[in-house]
Design a protein around this ligand. Structure first.
Ligand SMILES: Cc1ncc(C[n+]2csc(CCOP(=O)(O)OP(=O)(O)O)c2C)c(N)n1
Length: 364
């Protein structure tokens, strides 16, 4: 199997595009995608501030990588399964999840689908077939493969797509997932966001392979490289993979070349391992700026619409923060729930003791 090293691209840094490559995405859908990307960026700016003020415990950003989650999710049907990592709030928002729900998750309050039991940024939505991420890197990959095989057995017509980073490609779960998917011809899309680093470890120290896409060869899985900051290119390449899966032609590996503009998480200082110049170079390739350039050239967008949208999103975010912060935390006894159908006596005793010590029913 020959492996192209070329990186597929449609938009340049200013949003100019080659007409013959332009995917057919309706105007309203494009505007929705742009709004979600902008929301993710603004959500991040506010959330990092909340963490710095001690109002939430931790935050993991998606800034700079918005075109990957939004562009890839846009190619799926709303029922297809998504197995995300932690940089894909865009996938949830594109499927209609509210900003409030994302903040409920960050605050770990009673409105949170996870009942406050997950780390921040481990967003999920059962109703939207978006599965909660597990913190150990790459564990979502075999989960996605399993679901894809289940879909095939059930003939549901649904496929699975999983997001993960370059660091995840060194994990056993990546290799066993890829192998299994190949052998069982699973309808799954492996979407690797190669943002150049696994926390501080550069991709050059992650693997000796020239590209991550070529890891597909060993498993007999077709792979493509795409400019992950170019939403039209991400959409085009992922559409091809989705079509293959849907037609019964099996898995595809996508390596999207991208960059996180912020720190790995609120606990990271990226100045220790990358230069200001490098960040500035990537800011020129900002996926939101490129998409805005495209929309302006199409005659779909202008400064007035931009200002209106930014004001609306800003209000939505501030309102959601207020509500989420004022929603009580789950009561202490909730940590004892959802484990046993019938709680054993010794666990009940522990629960009663905890309630006595810390106060039950919505206590902090
Ligand atoms: C199995 C495992 N090892 C280590 C960690 C700690 N850790 C959390 S995120 C991360 C880096 C992951 O890098 P990558 O897969 O490239 O994703 P990115 O954060 O760049 O999106 C590491 C090492 C972990 N969560 N799980």
């Amino acid at each position: 199997m020959e492996m192209e090293k070329e990186i597929f691209q449609i938009l340049d840094n200013e949003g100019n595009f080659e007409r013959r490559l332009e995917p057919d995405i309706p105007k309203q859908r494009l505007l929705q995608m742009y709004r979600v990307m902008s929301t993710v960026r603004m959500f991040e700016n506010i959330s990092m501030g909340l963490q710095r003020q001690g109002r939430i415990g931790f935050y993991i950003g998606a800034g700079g990588q918005e075109a990957c989650s939004v562009g890839a999710t846009a190619t799926l049907s709303d029922d297809d399964w998504i197995f995300p990592a932690y940089r894909e709030p865009g996938a949830l928002l594109l499927r209609g999840e509210t900003v409030l729900q994302l903040f409920n998750q960050l605050f770990g309050n009673m409105g949170d689908y996870n009942k406050g039991r997950q780390m921040p940024n481990h967003f999920n939505s059962r109703a939207r077939n978006i599965v909660t991420p597990s913190s150990p890197i790459a564990t979502q990959i075999p989960h996605a493969v399993g679901m894809a095989i289940a879909s095939k057995i059930r003939k549901s017509g649904l496929i699975a797509l999983t997001f993960f980073g370059d660091g995840a490609t060194s994990e056993n779960d990546f290799h066993s997932g890829m192998n299994f998917a190949g052998v069982f011809n699973a309808p799954v899309v492996f979407f690797c966001q190669n943002n150049g680093y696994a926390i501080s470890l550069p991709t050059s120290r992650q693997t000796r392979a020239e590209t991550l896409a070529q890891k597909g060869i060993a498993y007999g899985i077709p792979a493509e490289r795409v400019d992950g900051n170019d939403i039209l290119a991400v959409y085009t390449v992922t559409s091809r993979a989705v079509e293959r899966a849907r037609k019964g032609e099996g898995p595809t590996l996508i390596e999207a070349i991208t960059y996180r503009l912020g720190p790995h998480s609120s606990s990271d200082d990226p100045t220790k391992y990358r230069t200001k110049k490098e960040v500035e170079e990537w800011m020129k390739k900002d996926p939101i700026k490129r998409m805005r350039g495209y929309l302006v050239k199409k005659g779909y967008w202008d400064d007035v619409k931009e200002k209106e949208m930014i004001d609306e999103i800003d209000r939505e975010i501030r309102d959601a923060v207020r509500k989420a912060e004022n929603t009580p935390k789950p009561p202490i006894e909730s940590i004892f729930h959802d484990v046993y159908a019938e709680m054993p006596w010794h666990i009940r005793e522990e629960m009663e003791d905890a309630v006595k010590r810390y106060g039950g029913k919505g206590g902090e």
